[in-house]
Write a protein that binds this ligand. Structure first.
Ligand code: ZN
Ligand code: ZN
Length: 368
């Protein structure tokens, strides 16, 4: 292998040209497999669908340290044509993990490093499917990384923790009883139930010291005519909270508010979470402190950015499903503008070198 073949900027450029949606990362995983084989590693494919795993073994006993990169792009419609674009920087993460692998080969003394190229983060299903395939079974420590927009941290800096929030959406089915609008007492209106439920949700009080939000984002209770009381409807709510206990408390209150508000007008409500509940970040604070020290040591004191947050990440299912795993997750300031998930997203790929350098030291502190 030559240094140039594992240049993070070059690999990011190549991966940027092959954006693929979640669970369809065929070209990307082939690219990853070929690179890993060039390094003399023995990649396993089909993890959680299109995911790839490879190990770099030490000679002495020690922990299994997993570094995870996501691989999928996002769907857009441009000029009336559907397309996929790497607008969340997962091409950068895949390139960083490959560059990291090249640096680690031959330098792992104890335990082993598990390189995990995860499918379908954007669908928030990739981590769960991979866990079902046993990706966590042998893991003691898990590291992750994400490029950050300029609004979060300056280009060229790195933060020791991205404090992702918990998020979910609720689908509420409403079942009432139809009747003539001239005889409303013979029916139960889902419109009234939806209005009462919305007001009940908006009247929920939570600790003002915590960050949380619950918004009704859709109400669909259309009757078939202006003089018919509608008997079925649907509501959607978007809910976010800074930590997992706050989310649990809020969802308990929301469910109670909706079920009781609907019942008040004789409507039956059922509440579902079709996308699951994405957990908030729960890092090992010892590892986070160690990471902050590493960023200063490797890049300089002025390159340690403040922790940033916002958005969801399916990485946090790891601790939920295997609480003994210790995790840390860096944010790499890469001048992302105008922002993540924008089809015109651009960034400074040179800054990915900072992410690789910090991850290398994080891993070697465990297994070097
Ligand atoms: Zn994203
Ligand atoms: Zn992302």
């Amino acid at each position: 292998m030559s240094e140039k073949d594992f240049d993070v900027v070059q690999m990011r450029t190549e991966l940027h040209e092959m954006p693929e949606l979640g669970f369809h990362e065929e070209k990307t995983s082939k690219y990853v497999v070929n690179k890993l084989k060039e390094l003399g590693l023995n990649p396993q494919t089909g993890i959680g669908g299109t995911g790839v795993v490879a190990y770099i073994d030490g000679t002495e006993p020690g922990p299994t340290v997993m570094v995870r990169a996501d691989m999928d792009a996002l769907p857009f419609v441009i000029d009336n044509k559907p397309c996929s674009i790497h607008a969340c920087g997962h091409d950068s993460h895949t390139a960083m993990l490959l560059a990291l692998a090249a640096k680690l080969v031959g330098n792992v003394k104890k335990g082993r490093v598990k390189l995990f190229f995860q499918p379908a983060e954007e669908t928030l299903l990739g981590a769960v499917r991979s866990i079902e395939d046993g990706v966590l079974d042998d893991v003691d420590v898990a590291f992750g990384a994400h490029v950050r927009p300029i609004q979060d941290i300056p280009d060229g800096t790195v933060c020791a923790a991205v404090r992702h929030t918990s998020s979910t959406f609720l689908e509420v089915e409403l079942k009432g009883k139809t009747c003539h609008a001239a005889r409303p007492h013979l029916g139960c209106s889902v419109v009234e139930a939806a209005v009462l439920a919305t007001n009940a949700v908006n009247a929920i009080w939570m600790n003002p010291g915590k960050v949380w939000s619950a918004k009704v984002t859709a109400i669909n209770c259309c009757g078939s005519a202006s003089n018919i009381i509608p008997d079925h409807g649907k509501m959607i709510l978007d809910c976010r909270a800074q930590d997992n206990p706050t989310m649990k408390e809020m969802l308990d209150k929301i469910k109670r508010a909706i079920l009781n508000a609907a019942e008040a007008v004789g409507v039956e409500a059922t509440v579902n979470f079709p996308g699951g509940i994405i957990p908030a970040a729960e890092y090992d604070e010892g590892l986070v402190a160690e990471t902050a020290g590493i960023i200063k040591e490797v890049l300089g004191d002025d390159k340690l950015a403040k922790d940033c947050g916002g958005g969801g990440e399916d990485f946090h299912y790891f601790v939920q499903k295997k609480p003994s795993i210790r995790t840390a997750y860096i944010g790499v300031g890469a001048g992302v503008t105008p922002g993540l998930h924008d089809p015109k997203m651009t960034m400074n790929p040179e800054s990915l070198r900072n992410g690789v350098a910090v991850l290398e030291k994080m891993v070697l502190n465990q297994v070097g």
